[in-house]
Design a protein around this ligand. Structure first.
Ligand code: 5GP
Ligand code: MN
Length: 327
């Protein structure tokens, strides 16, 4: 059932051994909201552990919070009485972390994706929140003092999910929250330098190869590019290194919809969709089994060829573009 934040907080207070899970292929907000909630619960005196199925990308590891997140294997021997899933619009997003509460649904979900249908016992989802870390900040304010470390952890999700304070989700409320966190001692520069100014030369070479694939449709309003498994291998990169690539496609003049395809391993393709001003890409992603927000969404394919996924997704995105252009 859908719950208020007060009901969620009451439920969390009853937990004796709390497990906080974020989505696989973690981004800054997944790391921030898991590590932030674990920190808040521990400071409040509760026992809490954080878990994410895939590895934390290396460029987040210099920031506080990453060390509070374990893999499902590391937590397998523990038992938990309360499971919280954050920043995930459906249960498939948590990947192999589902082994930690077999066959069951999570007790609590906290999220901000429009496509979330509420898959836990108690669910809170605010699509107007710029980041799940904003919701965790509200919980923090209700329970504990926000010190410099917690502020730094929570600022990560807010900064990364807003494209460093430039997406339409950024209103005065977001800037006020960020200002408060900075007042508590957090540094935006520290996050920007870890996330934005930390690309390896290999990653730049991979980006150059992706640029060469860029293809336009609908008179340049729809643009897509891809990273094949071979391109990853030949440049010595992994799929983690493609963070931010889709933003480079969206940055192209005149583009409304940008799509990036990453073939992470044989038969596995992750699709990132972005729009600039009017196409709801969450609808396109949801129709393909994924989800997300109006201006940033994604979906994944298993056992599919890169070519087939490109064809299928570009066709759906062009349809979505035409539909929203008529509105
Ligand atoms: P990204 O393109 O950065 O992977 O994801 C953009 C947005 O879409 C994020 O908010 C993310 O949570 C959501 N998203 C990405 N991939 C998937 C997916 O496979 N399934 C769902 N439900 N959401 C996704
Ligand atoms: Mn998020």
């Amino acid at each position: 059932m859908w719950a208020t934040l007060e009901q969620i907080i009451d439920r969390l207070k009853q937990g004796r051994a709390i497990l906080v899970i974020g989505h696989a292929q973690p981004d800054g907000d997944a790391i921030s909201s898991v590590a932030g909630l674990v920190t808040v619960l521990r400071r409040y005196g509760l026992s809490a552990s954080g878990c994410i199925a895939d590895d934390i990308p290396w460029y987040y590891k210099s920031l506080p919070g990453a060390d509070l997140i374990a893999s499902p294997r590391e937590l397998r021997a523990h038992s938990f009485d309360t499971t919280v899933v954050v920043d995930s619009s459906d249960i498939d997003r948590i990947g192999e972390a589902d082994v930690l509460f077999e066959g069951d649904v999570p007790d609590v979900t906290l999220d901000h994706h429009r496509t979330n249908r509420g898959f836990g016992r108690l669910n809170y989802c605010d699509p107007d929140s710029a980041a799940t870390a904003m919701i965790v900040l509200d919980i923090a304010r209700a329970l504990v003092p926000v010190d410099r470390e917690l502020a730094q952890i929570l600022l990560l999700g807010i900064a990364t999910d807003t494209g460093f304070f430039k997406y339409p989700s950024v209103g005065a409320h977001v800037l006020e929250a960020a200002a408060q966190l900075v007042q508590h001692g957090a540094s935006i520069q520290r996050i920007a330098s870890a996330v934005l100014e930390n690309r390896s030369l290999n990653t730049l070479r991979l980006l150059a190869r992706m640029f060469d694939t860029i293809t336009l449709r609908e008179e340049g309003k729809v643009a897509f590019g891809w990273v094949s498994k071979e391109a990853l291998q030949e440049t010595g990169c992994t799929d983690q290194d493609t963070e931010g690539f889709v933003g480079e496609i969206r940055a192209l003049h005149g583009v409304e919809v940008a799509i990036l395809f990453v073939e992470s391993s044989e038969g596995e393709v992750h699709v990132s969709l972005r729009s600039k001003s009017f196409v709801d890409v969450s609808e396109v992603a949801a129709a393909l089994g994924g989800g997300g927000h109006a201006r940033a969404a994604g979906c994944s394919f298993k056992k599919a060829s890169l070519d087939a996924v490109v064809d299928k997704v570009v066709t759906a995105a062009v349809q979505g573009f035409r539909k929203d252009a008529r509105r």
